[in-house]
Write a protein that binds this ligand. Sequence first.
Ligand SMILES: CCC(=O)SCCNC(=O)CCNC(=O)[C@H](O)C(C)(C)COP(=O)(O)OP(=O)(O)OC[C@H]1O[C@@H](n2cnc3c(N)ncnc32)[C@H](O)[C@@H]1OP(=O)(O)O
Ligand SMILES: NC(=O)c1ccc[n+]([C@@H]2O[C@H](COP(=O)([O-])OP(=O)(O)OC[C@H]3O[C@@H](n4cnc5c(N)ncnc54)[C@H](O)[C@@H]3O)[C@@H](O)[C@H]2O)c1
Length: 333
Amino acid sequence: MKSGKHTFKAFRVEEVEGNFICSIKDIELNPLKDNEILVRVYYSSLNYKDALSATGNKGVTKTYPHTPGIDAVGIVQESNSNKFIPGDPVIVTSYDLGMNTDGGFAEYIHVPADWAVRLPEGLSMKEAMIYGTAGLTAGISVLRLAELVKPNDGKIIVSGATGGVGTLTISILSKIGYSVSAITGKQTEKDFLIQLGANEIIPRSEIENFDKKPLLKPMFAGAVDTVGGTILENIIKSTQPMGVVTCCGNVASPKLELTVFPFILRGISLIGIDSQSYPMKYREIVWNKLANEWKPENLHSLYKEIKLDDLQHHINLMLNGKLKGRIVVSLVD
Ligand SMILES: CCC(=O)SCCNC(=O)CCNC(=O)[C@H](O)C(C)(C)COP(=O)(O)OP(=O)(O)OC[C@H]1O[C@@H](n2cnc3c(N)ncnc32)[C@H](O)[C@@H]1OP(=O)(O)O
Ligand SMILES: NC(=O)c1ccc[n+]([C@@H]2O[C@H](COP(=O)([O-])OP(=O)(O)OC[C@H]3O[C@@H](n4cnc5c(N)ncnc54)[C@H](O)[C@@H]3O)[C@@H](O)[C@H]2O)c1
């Protein structure tokens, strides 16, 4: 299909008297602008930010009607750029996709060619979306952590362990030789986390209720935090000297109440992870690692595949912290 007077299916969110109503709609394709590509989307995936966009979080999406979906993989159908030609398989994530630009919960997207990464050798389209932004974020977090903390330095703690970023982080860290402690509020998922590669499970209630002192007994060489709030505070206070903590999420809270002591008395580094604006030259490096030496053996056991019709239900589950692993959205029959 070429851009012009054609329609395609999309998961649309409309604002009606302050409520945000989701439904599957037929949308018209707009003509391509300079340097844009039209992509037939094969798969998308569900990320926490999509759940925020679908429920009217104006920090993520300012104007509605809107199609969420910060991830997409598919085949270029039409190109106004010399970077890609029709037939090229591409991954499109981050930048403004799914925020204020219509996103991947649709059969077609048109985006600036600069937002697309060629699908690396060694990665299928479905695998690219099992990873999606969650996998890219896990990859960036591992890359930054591994610059300063080596497997022999000690345990790495991962919060939000059963979530998208958490499961992929545990799988990658375990594959490259780190010993992983997983924090979870879901006691029923202990076996799942051990199968992923976690060496130890820490109940969420335990770490949430650590002593309120500015510094705690050092227990971890490093951490990948996906939840923020008290859990991140307690991780930072319990990280051993010269340890590294990465921070990417706010599902528990965007707040952080700390003193400077973990930083000035133990030399802890807190590294912020922003996948959305992560520079393209590093983004390609991370995707190549995800396609090759970091690819977990169990990647195909980490996802559930759904259709556009099932999205609303899974968005609700995600907002209630009830999902496990990754949700891949299929846009093909
Ligand atoms: C995949 C990535 C993820 O999942 S990230 C996690 C999901 N994202 C979120 O929960 C963020 C939701 N956003 C919000 O709640 C709000 O936009 C927050 C961040 C609180 C800021 O809102 P508010 O206090 O009203 O400030 P504002 O919009 O006037 O902006 C103040 C300055 O900050 C900037 N800002 C805003 N958003 C971003 C962003 N996403 N990235 C970088 N900068 C941002 C604004 O441009 C503004 O700066 P300036 O005044 O224009 O120079
Ligand atoms: N900074 C970035 O570039 C970037 C990229 C991707 C995701 N994120 C953020 O990372 C976070 C996780 O994303 P995801 O896609 O893995 O989401 P997810 O919903 O798949 O996983 C979240 C996990 O946190 C757990 N959780 C929920 N509420 C909690 C609470 N109050 N305390 C502790 N744990 C809680 C859930 O049970 C789940 O295991 C989100 O905040 C998301 O916005 C940021």
